[in-house]
Design a protein around this ligand. Structure first.
Ligand code: AMP
Ligand code: MG
Length: 351
């Protein structure tokens, strides 16, 4: 299949640019598009064949459910049943935006979209290209991240091309995304709202809107050898992984820099190529390795939005080992570390 790439100018979006994408979606084909979080791989959420195509293109296990994207908040009433008041409160506060809610599914949602579950994940994105695509198609669009399963999520159209060229009908290229980490997922089907995946919308922000909200155990786990049954089925799979062997160094910053420099030097002496994931504040302090700054610690969003991109860059450079600083502080620390720990398979060095 030849994948059509359509460049979009965010300052001058034209209806005709959406027409082809919308008609492909209506035929059951797949179209990748930008959202404010990461690029999504879209297909008609109510079409079983489209869902199957999504799993096939990504190489994704079919029990890992898809998030359904909508353009109008009231559409939750078509897709879900027994909707709690908290869902309306969260929609009013955070939609459109990077928050996904898990609700009981209605009969129109096929099990192929929900990975066999009786619940459905729903999000209303704020990205103008995503919203216009949903509106023009008149569909609910199932869209997981537009990467090959297991690889870092895609934050630029070029990443989507790397992973899915020839496997999907079209890519809408809206440039680099703004947040760069997937949406926060909150499960509203139990007694207490549960965060299944941390993201830009934090626990504190949710609690301000709906009161007590808890983290699922799998979210706060930092250990490799702990078995926890993940409530978001996707969380049990290997995720976000670069090709190089990634290790996170944690501790006081000068000890982290010394530890990473030493490990990098040793690997380089044995002939291996080493990448170091650093920040503006530390990038000049390393004495070995290929150093990449993912942003300034004073600007969390720059770190979030460059994380996946930098992991992919190390792949392109062909490094065998990647050593990373850790990023626990700030409002986005939880979400950034969650992705980084998974990318590293929970491999950490405490210095
Ligand atoms: P992705 O869009 O690729 O980040 O994948 C969607 C994420 O949402 C995966 O981690 C899924 O496990 C999670 N998810 C989707 N639907 C549900 C659901 N009904 N219940 C729990 N988690 C879900
Ligand atoms: Mg994903």
């Amino acid at each position: 299949m030849k994948t059509i790439v359509q460049k979009m100018d965010r300052n001058n979006l034209k209806p005709e640019e959406f027409a082809l994408a919308a008609s492909l979606l209506k035929e059951g084909q797949l179209v990748a598009f930008p959202t404010e979080t990461v690029y999504g791989l879209g297909g008609d959420a109510l079409d079983e064949m489209a869902a199957k195509r999504i799993y096939a293109a990504k190489g994704r296990p079919s029990d890992n459910p898809l998030i359904v994207h909508i353009a109008d908040a009231s559409d939750i009433e078509k897709l879900a049943v027994d909707i709690p008041k908290t869902a309306y409160a969260l929609a009013g506060r955070f939609w459109p935006g990077p928050l996904t809610m898990i609700l009981k599914k209605s009969d129109i949602v096929p099990y192929s979209t929900t990975g066999g579950l009786d619940t459905v994940a729903i999000r209303m994105p704020s990205d103008e290209i995503a919203r216009e695509l949903i509106r023009t198609s008149g569909l609910y669009i199932a869209a997981p991240s537009a990467n090959s399963s297991g690889r870092p999520s895609t934050t630029k159209a070029e990443h989507v091309k790397e992973d899915l060229d020839g496997k999907i009908a079209m890519i809408l290229d809206g440039g680099a995304v703004t947040i760069g980490l997937e949406s926060t997922i909150v499960d509203l089907t139990g007694e207490v709202p549960m965060i299944l995946r941390p993201g830009y919308i934090t626990k504190e922000m949710l609690e301000e809107a709906i009161g007590t909200t808890e983290y699922d155990k799998a979210v706060v786990n930092k250990e490799k050898n702990v078995t926890i049954v993940a409530k978001a089925p996707g969380m049990k799979y290997k995720h976000y992984a670069p090709k190089g062997d990634l290790t996170i160094f944690e501790g006081e910053m000068s000890a982290v820099i010394a530890g990473i420099s030493k490990a990098a030097k040793e690997k380089e002496e044995s002939g291996a190529k080493v990448g170091i994931l650093a920040t503006e504040e530390t990038k000049d302090k390393y004495t070995a390795g290929i150093v990449k700054s993912i942003g300034s610690r004073k600007d969390e969003l720059s770190i979030a939005s460059h994380l996946f991109d930098t992991l992919r860059e190390f792949d392109t450079l062909g490094v065998s080992y990647i050593y990373s600083e850790s990023f626990e502080e700030g409002t986005l620390g939880q979400a950034i570390m969650n992705r980084l720990l998974k990318a590293a398979g929970y491999q950490r060095v405490l210095v």
